[in-house]
Design a protein around this ligand. Sequence first.
Ligand SMILES: *Cc1c(COP(=O)(O)O)cnc(C)c1O
Length: 246
Amino acid sequence: MALDLASSPAGWDYASALTRTQARVVAAESASGRIGAQVRVLVATKSWDADAAVAAVRAGASLVGESRLQELDVKAPALRAAGARIHVIGQVQRNKAHLAVRHADCVQTVDSLALAERLSRLSGDAGRELDVMIQVNVSGEDTKAGVSPDEALDFAVAVQSLPALQVTGFMTIGLHSEDESAVRAGYRRLREIRDRALIVSERAQADLRGAWELSMGMSGDLEWAIVEGATMVRVGTGVMGSRRPH
Ligand SMILES: *Cc1c(COP(=O)(O)O)cnc(C)c1O
């Protein structure tokens, strides 16, 4: 598969776009009684070339999300050199798991034990620990990746008990809908899972006390995710701009 990476839109101002996004985040924190919550913005740089991604990092985006491992492999050295932390936010195919272990600080999309075991083994071989999040399919759409909400907690316990992985939280791709209450219900579901994980950990089958992150919300709905407790929103077009056909 050839990579079709786009260069920066002419004249695009990453710093202003990032400032606008951060202003939305702060406004949403305050509107939902979460002043000072410091919800982090992960900038999703998929389909943008390394120069565009690095321009966003230089403008202040210190946390970057990549969706395709092949793209990550091409862009990671430049992103690293610019000082970014890198999260994988797309599906990890079996034969690309080593690229995640080589380049990423965190894989947010762990949704099968086979993948978790593979990431743990490869990380162990590389002499490192890898942060992971549990991807949950809160909307129930069959097109979406993620474990079901009902199995998320047991699954998190199983993943945390693997030697080289540290579960740092839960991630979801929300329902793509204008229906605020339906979208928010999904995000609330993820928060409830996280809250239960923090309690279960006190019973110590596996220590999930570090699993507090909630990665949810994108450019179109980050306010709804923040009201429901997001600790990290993933913003693509809001910071990177829109790709035009070329
Ligand atoms: C692309 C992407 C985003 C960002 O989407 P925008 O609507 O452009 O903000 C967030 N999460 C994931 C998993 C993505 O692939």
